[in-house]
Structure formats: structure tokens, C-alpha cells
Ligand binder design. Structure first.
Ligand code: MG
Length: 310
């Protein structure tokens, strides 16, 4: 099953200490229409990810060699889920294009709607989600899942924008935190949660539109300020991304995965034969990068550890 692929582009010598040059990228599985939204369950040692056009969530279980594994259907139909994460109690939190909501899978398998409307108007199609250490759930809401029937059900936008929201499960409050983006997409906090990074893939609807990641300062009350353009993508777009324990960004792009240090310097790239959409750190030590790239799931061992919780 495993296939070895030519892979690294080193832009800064430090990258050789981060991406193990001895570890090859392997194709773990192929067979998705559009793979997205990986999340690793260290307690069960498996990965969940979305295959959006096929309306299913898949589960990858690594085999003993670590070079392959088995994929099975975790849920289908799945409401056209996209990004996934876990909350502080370990429950699966998902973005559903089809149901235009953020939802949580409970321990007994039932699904709870967390947020699907703002001011009485339906959300567009939540795309990616993170949970802050205080339990609040932050997500992006572009319109990709309602633009056409490919990734959900075609429908009009209702509240008239594509915003980033914060949902507080303690009191059920949903509030917009960013309202000036074209198509907000992936998002992640820095390890100390002093910064929130958000990708804008607005170039999909305007050739002169954004293809960048912005950085917002986060204060103690969770309020945002700043929002300067932090990184601009040179190949394709930045879709989903993750941060390691040292605050480096590992982001999907048109040619694979790009790694940037916390100052924004490009350290290196992991080149892939297909366009990458999203990734996450997994394995017991969070030192293996799992990458959803178009039709396939790839993985590579690294010398870094993902900061993603839990
Ligand atoms: Mg995305």
C-alpha cells in the first residue's frame, strides 16, 4: 500500500532538524473525492477525516509497520462534514456543510447541534474549527458548501457575509469575531493562545483576492486585535493548517505542506503530488503529520510535536 514519494524543499537549514530527512512521505491510502479535515484520536490511535463530495467520514487505523493501515467508513451520510477537532473532553467537534452547523458527537454517538444560526439567519457552511483552552469553539464560515451541490446543498447565503465565529458551549452564545474576510478557511491558535491565525482563500472567487494567513492578537478576554497579513501563499492557497509546540506553522498549499517559523520565515516544504487541503499531527507523540491531499491521505514522521489539543 505504501508508496514513497520525492518530498522535501529546504529553504532554511533549520528545516532539516524539523522534518526528518530520513523519513519518507508515504501514501497511506487513496480513494477520496476530496479529502479534508483530519483529526487524530491518540487514545484510540486512529485518524478521522472527511471525504466531502462522497458525504462520508473515514477512519484510518495504522498497521504495525506504520507504513500503511486500513480505512473504513466511520459515518455516511455524514452531512457533508469538513473540518474536525476535539473539545477539551475529547469529543469530536465537526463542521457540517450540509447541515450548515457546528456539531458535536457525544460519547454515545448521538450528534448535538452546537450552532447553526446567527441572529436567526442560517450559517453558510462552517469549514474549519478549533477549540481554545477555555472550551470556546472558534470556526470559519465561508460559503463553499452552499456555492454548489458538490460539497453540500446549493443555497443562498443568509446573513450576508463569510465570518469567523466564537461559540461558547457554556452559555450557548455565538458571536462573530472577524467580519472582514472574503473566504475564511483554516485557523489555529499559537501554543500560548496569544495569537489566532486565520487563512483567507478568497482568491477562489476573485483572481485578485486573498491567498494568505492573517495573524490576530488575542487578549485575556478572547478579544482580537491586529489582523495583519502574516503569510502569503506562493503556490495555490493555504487551506487548513496546524501549529507545533514551538509555534511554527505547518500549512497546506498547492504543492504540499509549507513550514514557517513564528516570525513568518519559510523554513521548508514537503512536496506532494497532489494539492494539500488540510493536515494534523498524530501518532501517540503527535510527531507524525497526516495530510489530506485531494484523493489521498499521506503521512510523514517529523522531529516536532503538534501543539494541537488534546
Ligand atoms: Mg478548509
Amino acid at each position: 500500500m505504501a508508496e514513497r514519494i520525492v518530498e522535501y524543499e529546504v529553504h532554511d537549514w533549520r528545516f532539516k532538524r524539523l522534518a526528518s530527512m530520513n523519513a519518507r512521505v508515504v501514501e497511506l491510502w487513496k480513494g477520496a473525492a476530496w479529502a479534508e479535515g483530519p483529526v487524530y484520536f491518540r487514545d484510540g490511535d486512529f485518524l478521522l477525516f472527511s471525504d466531502i463530495p462522497n458525504d462520508r467520514i473515514l477512519r484510518f487505523v495504522p498497521d504495525l509497520s506504520g507504513l500503511g493501515g486500513t480505512v473504513s467508513v466511520f459515518r455516511q451520510p455524514a452531512g457533508y462534514t469538513n473540518g474536525h477537532t476535539r473539545d477539551r473532553e475529547g469529543r469530536l467537534v465537526s463542521c457540517s456543510h450540509g447541515h450548515r452547523r457546528i456539531e458535536r458527537t457525544e460519547y454515545d454517538g448521538t450528534i448535538t447541534t452546537l450552532a447553526d444560526r446567527w441572529n436567526g439567519k442560517r450559517l453558510n457552511s462552517p469549514n474549519d474549527v478549533v477549540v481554545k483552552s477555555d472550551g470556546t469553539i472558534w470556526f470559519t464560515d465561508p460559503a463553499y458548501g452552499i456555492d454548489t451541490d458538490l460539497e453540500g446543498w446549493k443555497a443562498p447565503m443568509e446573513y450576508g457575509g463569510c465570518w469567523v465565529f466564537r461559540f461558547d458551549p457554556r452559555d450557548g452564545r455565538l458571536e462573530p469575531v472577524i467580519q472582514d474576510m472574503r473566504r475564511p478557511n483554516g485557523l489555529a491558535f499559537s501554543p500560548d493562545e496569544r495569537f489566532l491565525y486565520v487563512a483567507d482563500t478568497g482568491v477562489s472567487h476573485d483572481p485578485a483576492g486573498p491567498r494568505h494567513i492573517r495573524r490576530f492578537a488575542v487578549d485575556d478576554e478572547g478579544r482580537l486585535s491586529g489582523g495583519e497579513v502574516f503569510l502569503t501563499c506562493d503556490v495555490g492557497v493555504f487551506d487548513g493548517f496546524r501549529v507545533d509546540t514551538e509555534g511554527r506553522l505547518w500549512t497546506s498549499a498547492g504543492d504540499g505542506v509549507h513550514c514557517y517559523d513564528p516570525s513568518g520565515a519559510l523554513l521548508g516544504k514537503i512536496l506532494l503530488p497532489q494539492r494539500a487541503a488540510n493536515l494534523c499531527f498524530g501518532g501517540k507523540k503527535r510527531n507524525r503529520l497526516f495530510i489530506c491531499a485531494t484523493t489521498a491521505l499521506y503521512a510523514v514522521w517529523t522531529h516536532v510535536n503538534g501543539a494541537q489539543v488534546p
